[in-house]
Design a protein. Sequence first.
Length: 375
Amino acid sequence: TTVEKLKERCLKHCVPGSLEDPKTLTHHKLIHATSEKVLTDTKTVLEENIQDRDVLLLVKKRAPPPLPKMADVSAEEKRKQEQKTPDKDAILKATANLPSRSVDRTVAHHSMRDFQTELRKILVSLIEVAQKLLALNPDAVELFKKANAMLDEDEEDRVDEIALRQLTEMGFPESRAVKALRLNHMSVTQAMEWLIEHADDPTVDAPLPGQTPSEATAEVGASSAEATAGPSSEVGEEEAKDELTEIFKKIRRKREFRPDPRAVIALMEMGFDEKEVVDALRVNNNQQNAACEWLLGDRKPSPEDLDKGIDTNSPLFQAILENPVVQLGLTNPKTLLAFEDMLENPLNSTQWMNDPETGPVMLQISRIFQTLNRT
């Protein structure tokens, strides 16, 4: 006997007259009570291993929810469209007939720039606190030597060897290929286009702004020497502190701000001096348009302002230092590295916000800043 036939007999017994509707069979199922297994209609009782005195449950299947009517779908879509935020074109269209007013563009960026400036000041002061706390750790020198070595391995100026080989095999000189790759974020296609476009340019072999070949070589050599240098086994407490100070300086040198070469070239072509262009990009986090506005405007904040810390007696700084998460984070060498990196390369802040060790610290600083800023 098949399960389907057995199900039919159950329905005749339990629900008389139900079999007049041919769909009734498919709308029910038989379940083995002990194993809770749903029985297959096409299999036999023997195949499903049903024994005498086994208990089976006849269960009506739950009907699927009815599909929404087209009118309901249209009404729901219309409601979503009405609640949707207008895009820029819609705003311009709606405000086209309104009288224009003279608005200072710098005001729009004022609050955001104030936040960035204040955050820099906070980081500068927190770095000083973290250095003092970490200097008390007997293992601080070894911890920061490891961190120093990690920075050597993660050098941003390293060129993609495969991409470089592809360009040199096309016949381009290696020095030009390296420059093209750095200018085009290691994209072989864009680098090749740049090389072809600048083939007859007399300045094509000039070093990138902000760095000369000799400086680059010296920097790499210095980094290697610093990474391999080790402390003497008989270094006293004062010598360890001095060594730690030197390591802090080395880390700071490696985290020095690197201007976007494309932005530097573009702004220098407008007639600005290289040094003031680098200053503008540093103040404005490598944002070319913002740097241009800074150069054309009042040039505030100045590059010198970026190195000033926050007032250590201010309620904001006191609230940050009293936070337990921040206190714990300041004893972690990785937090100090994160602060140093964000100071010189603010665009890297996202990776530190997502880091499981440094993310909670940055989140607490941000919350405290926002809370006190609203009061």
